[in-house]
Write a protein that binds this ligand. Structure first.
Ligand SMILES: NC(=O)C1=CN([C@@H]2O[C@H](COP(=O)(O)OP(=O)(O)OC[C@H]3O[C@@H](n4cnc5c(N)ncnc54)[C@H](O)[C@@H]3O)[C@@H](O)[C@H]2O)C=CC1
Ligand SMILES: O=C(O)CCC(=O)C(=O)O
Length: 420
């Protein structure tokens, strides 16, 4: 294969795929077809800055496979974004959607930008220009975007509006994760964090550990981390550590989640929340706790951090927080640390996105209870299937979860005659 697909995050996705392909005994000749993306789109997004200058930002969208239906996945605005990272995230979306039983291939997009440095007007300009450049390549039955790191409901509303202006009618079903007032679904805002907390409860049950009185540390306090914290606290878990890109806090007696959420709402970040609980962000992940939730960026648990982890459950809310080298360490610690792998742990987001797309297509909207009940049902089903595979074949949790996803895509491709 030609290699525009490079970089450490893509290498992670490739390494994980090779392990799973070996376990599933997928023939060498079929592997490139399964791993490499169908389409990778690169665009330039020029926008006028508030100071009168013009800036050009690089944007991407990668559509991994079209075998099971349209492609689906978030759009990330972050300085780290490049074609390798976006491709890896698209590949993970494919295995995630297949594991959850959704009729989608994986996609991901992004812009290389620090969104915290843009004014609201500049962010709107960039969001609209990104969608405008993508119009030839997306559609409600082609590729459906959603939020990811650095984007939110407002950005999704701008995406939807830009696409709709081009079509001359409102096309709600072009993106998910929209505000409820603009065709979004009840429950999507909190879905990923709620799903993370639900699966943690399932893991605690399996380990015979009570939620009440357990302790958790959460890295990242954006959409996913904050809703995971709220739901865990509701279950009686004490949140003893949190961090974001501006600050890190740790208090063995527990942090007040309501106050953290109120501080975020008022200031947009965790900086300035407390002086007493300030902590070294580099040491947060290795503090003793029952539940560790990385909910920010990739590759934070590497071969140096993995041997030092002191948690009982590692709930991977972020995509790709654990490197393959760290996985080798976790394999040797598998009796000590119960891993909920990312493609299972954070799948609540795309599951409720699927519900939003279905509702938009039918113009028939469900209440929150129906959304959350259906979400729990799909998460429980995926959790049980992963655990059954772990028990049957004695494989690591990540291999079991990915194997279910990869196997489903491989079988669908084979049935459609895509392998020679
Ligand atoms: N939003 C969603 O529905 C879904 C998100 N995810 C994944 O969850 C993770 C977080 O996404 P969101 O919460 O949506 O993003 P967000 O943009 O709402 O929040 C990201 C958070 O991470 C923090 N952060 C960034 N760099 C950090 C660092 N070096 N150390 C500590 N914190 C840092 C930010 O300050 C912010 O609090 C990403 O890996 C994303 O791909 C996965 C599935 C769905
Ligand atoms: O909600 C979606 O469609 C995708 C969410 C996402 O980007 C992810 O699961 O990583």
């Amino acid at each position: 294969m030609s290699n525009i697909y490079t970089g450490p995050v893509f290498e992670m996705a490739r390494n994980q795929f090779v392990s799973v392909a070996n376990y599933l005994e997928i023939p060498e000749g079929h592997r490139d077809r399964l791993l490499y993306p169908k389409r990778a789109i690169t665009i330039s997004c020029p926008i006028h800055l508030d100071n009168g200058e013009t800036a050009v930002f690089q944007g991407y969208r990668v559509q991994h496979h079209l075998t099971l239906g349209p492609t689906k996945g978030g759009t990330r605005f972050a300085p780290s974004v490049d074609i390798g990272e976006v491709s890896a995230l698209a590949i993970w979306m494919s295995w995630k959607c297949a594991l959850a039983g959704l009729p989608y291939g994986g996609a991901k997009g992004g812009v290389t930008v620090d969104p915290y440095k843009l004014s609201r007007r500049e962010l709107e300009g960039l969001s609209r220009r990104y969608m405008q450049e993508m119009i030839p390549f997306v559609g409600p039955h082609i590729d459906v975007m959603a939020p990811d790191m650095g984007t939110n409901e407002q950005v999704m509303a701008w995406f939807m509006d830009t696409y709709s202006m081009y079509q001359g009618r409102t096309v709600n079903e072009i993106v998910t994760g929209k505000p409820v007032s603009s065709g979004g679904t009840e429950g999507r805002r909190e879905a990923t964090g709620l799903g993370v907390a639900h699966l943690i409860a399932r893991a605690l049950e399996r380990l015979n550990m009570p939620a009440a009185g357990s302790t958790a540390i959460i890295q990242g306090f954006g959409n996913v981390g904050s809703f995971a914290a709220i739901e865990l606290a509701r279950q009686g878990v004490s949140i003893i550590g949190v961090s974001d890109h501006t600050a890190c806090y740790f208090d063995r007696k527990g942090l007040d989640v309501d106050k953290l959420v109120a501080h975020m709402a008022a200031h947009g970040s965790l900086a300035g929340f407390s002086t007493e609980a300030l902590f070294d962000a580099n040491e947060l992940l290795v503090q003793p706790c029952d539940i560790l939730v990385p909910a920010a960026i990739e590759r934070v648990i590497d071969e140096k951090v993995a041997p030092r982890l002191q948690c009982r459950i590692l709930a991977e809310a972020a995509n790709g927080p654990t490197t393959p080298e760290a996985d080798a360490v976790l394999l040797s610690r598998r009796k000590e640390i119960f891993v909920i792998p990312d493609i299972l742990c954070n799948s609540g987001g795309v599951i409720v996105s699927y519900f939003e797309w279905v509702q938009d297509l039918q113009q028939l909207f469900w209440g929150r209870n129906e959304v959350i009940t259906r979400l729990r049902g799909l998460l429980d089903d995926a959790f049980e299937r992963v655990m059954a595979r772990v028990d049957k074949d004695d494989v690591p949790h990540r291999v079991a979860a990915m194997a279910i996803g990869v196997d489903k895509v491989a079988k669908a491709k084979a049935m459609r005659g895509l392998f020679p």
